[in-house]
Every structure is written in structure tokens, then in C-alpha cells.
Write a protein of this length. Structure first.
Length: 317
């Protein structure tokens, strides 16, 4: 019996957000936190999975806040390493046109010190699935190499591996991102790019179906293509399915919607549900998250997700 369901490697940032329409005019900010690899396990934890986080955290005044928040969400923190330095911060505001404005301060943050020496084989062996992202690769050269070594080690231990391509053009070029993904793609079981930006700009492909075929040809067993307001596709060697978005409470803020989708999908996958149910859990988790502000604080709980789980319609391609 495995102690954990998911182990996730990456960076969490302090988030300071305003509701005043623009950063330049904002006079006050509220504190939260966010990070793609943490957002996913936060959602999965709320649905009932046992999750752990691997990162380096700065010994600054925000450290205790982050640790306490993660503990409150039942995240295992036994492999969190505290180092001298600061935790990355971003400022954000939801503008009047519903687009998000961000300013990041993350260069040389504590998480940029993530390296392959953090690998603990015994800890990795305690989980069913290891998850990380291209965004984690982009933090620093040492983190890129760490992702490569973590994923290879996870596969050597016969773990399921999950990878979100999560490209950020302010971190590195599409060419560099594609090169880094290619370093690990043959070891990835569940590949999760977004359409259109990553499918078109990173992989140079045209459609979600092209992306699914590409990922399967490279060795992935499941390819998820998150399409924002257009829903999502999921493909295996046996079938390709899709679903439209489902937002029963409306849309306020799409921050972290893709991460909520992944958390819901992985919960269903690790609960041995069928592929259609995996997609429904992703669609409903994301669709409820967007009704509130922020990447984590508006994530739904299990009871709320299950209220709507049978509603999304599955289309077979």
C-alpha cells in the first residue's frame, strides 16, 4: 500500500492580488499563494487524494504562511527544504475586460535552487504518481536538470508520471521549452498541453487531435489537451473523447482553471474510474473553480464536484 497518491515538484509563489481594475491604480492587495504544481495537488487533495510537495522554500517572512496553508490542505511536507533567500512573488489584478494582468518577481528565488540532489528514492517510492511541469523546468538550469532526473527516476521506480507543458513566454522561448519537453517526453505517461498556445507555438501543431497523436507517438499513454473555454480533449491509443466546458455558477476568474482540471482528472484516474469519468471530473473541477477568484481559494470540494459530475456530455471523436 502506497503512502501517497501524488507527489508534485515545483514552485509556489506568494500572490498579492487587487480587485481595483489595474495594477497601476491599485492601492491595496490581498495575500494568497499559487503555483501550477501546487494548484493541482491542492485540487486533488480537496477531492480526497493524499498528496506531497517537493520544493525549496525561502527563509523569509512568508515561509510560515506557506507552510501553514499547505498543512491546512493536508499536503505532506516532509521533503520541503528551507534555504536562505526569498519566495517568488507575483502581483495580479483581474481587469475590467476580464483579462488578468500579472507582474512577476521570481529571478533567483528559493525554488530556483531546486536540483537533482533533492531526489529521495524512498520518498518517491511512497507514491503512485509523480507530477511536474515545463514551468518547473524553466525556473533555472538546475531545476531543468532536476525535472529530467526526477522523471527518469520515477519511471525506474515504475511510478506513473504526469507532466503539464504549461509554457510561459516570459520565462523562456518556445524553442527552449520544446527542447526541454523533448528531454523527458519518452518517460511521461500523462501529457497535458494547452491549446492553442502550446499546441501551436511550442509543438508547432495545428489541432488538439494532432497533439494527441504526437504525444501518443512519443510514448505517452494518455494525452490531455486543455482548450480553455472550448473544453478539453483526452486521447489514448484506443479512443479520443472531448467535452465542452461546464460552468454552472458562471465565470469570474479563469486563473488556475487548467490546474483544477488536472487535479480533478488525476483524482478520477487514480480512483480507477474510466476515461470518460476522468474527463468529467476535470471539466467540473475547472468549471466550478472559475466561479471564484484565485487559483486555489476558489477550488471546489468533493461534495460540490459530485453534484454536477454526470452533467458534462462526452463526445467521441
Amino acid at each position: 500500500m502506497k503512502k501517497l497518491d501524488i507527489l508534485s515538484l515545483g514552485e509556489t509563489m506568494i500572490e498579492l492580488y487587487s480587485e481595483e481594475g489595474s495594477l497601476s491604480n491599485s492601492s491595496s492587495f490581498k495575500k494568497s499563494y499559487a503555483g501550477d504544481t501546487m494548484n493541482i495537488i491542492s485540487m486533488a487533495s480537496k477531492l480526497g487524494l493524499k498528496c506531497g510537495y517537493i520544493t525549496k522554500i525561502g527563509n523569509d517572512p512568508f515561509k510560515d504562511y506557506l507552510i501553514n496553508q499547505w498543512k491546512d490542505n493536508n499536503i505532506d511536507l516532509s521533503q520541503i527544504i528551507t534555504v536562505e533567500g526569498y519566495n517568488a512573488i507575483h502581483f495580479t489584478v483581474l481587469q475590467e475586460d476580464n483579462n488578468r494582468q500579472f507582474v512577476y518577481y521570481r529571478k533567483n528565488s528559493a525554488a530556483s535552487q531546486i536540483d537533482e540532489n533533492m531526489i529521495d528514492v524512498n520518498y518517491l517510492s511512497s507514491t503512485k504518481l509523480f507530477h511536474t511541469s515545463s514551468l518547473t523546468q524553466s525556473i533555472s538550469e538546475s531545476s531543468r536538470l532536476a525535472v529530467q532526473k526526477f522523471i527518469k527516476t520515477a519511471k525506474d521506480l515504475n511510478l506513473i508520471t504526469s507532466f503539464d507543458t504549461n509554457f510561459r513566454s516570459n520565462m523562456w522561448s518556445a524553442i527552449d521549452a520544446k527542447f526541454a519537453v523533448d528531454e523527458v517526453i519518452k518517460h511521461i505517461d500523462i501529457l497535458a498541453p494547452s491549446y492553442p498556445e502550446e499546441v501551436n507555438n511550442v509543438f508547432g501543431l495545428e489541432t488538439p487531435i494532432d497533439m494527441i497523436k504526437y504525444g501518443l507517438d512519443k510514448g505517452s499513454k494518455i494525452v490531455i489537451v486543455k482548450c480553455g473555454e472550448l473544453g478539453a480533449y483526452v486521447g489514448t491509443k484506443d479512443k479520443i473523447i472531448r467535452s465542452d466546458t461546464y460552468t454552472p455558477k458562471g465565470v469570474l476568474d479563469t486563473t488556475g482553471a487548467g490546474d483544477a482540471f488536472m487535479g480533478g482528472f488525476l483524482y478520477s484516474f487514480l480512483s480507477d474510474h474510466d476515461l470518460e469519468s476522468n474527463l468529467r471530473y476535470g471539466i467540473v473541477s475547472a468549471g466550478l473553480k472559475v466561479s471564484g477568484r484565485g487559483g486555489i481559494q476558489s477550488q471546489p470540494d468533493k461534495e460540490e464536484v459530485q453534484m454536477y459530475i454526470d452533467i458534462p456530455k462526452i463526445v467521441y471523436i
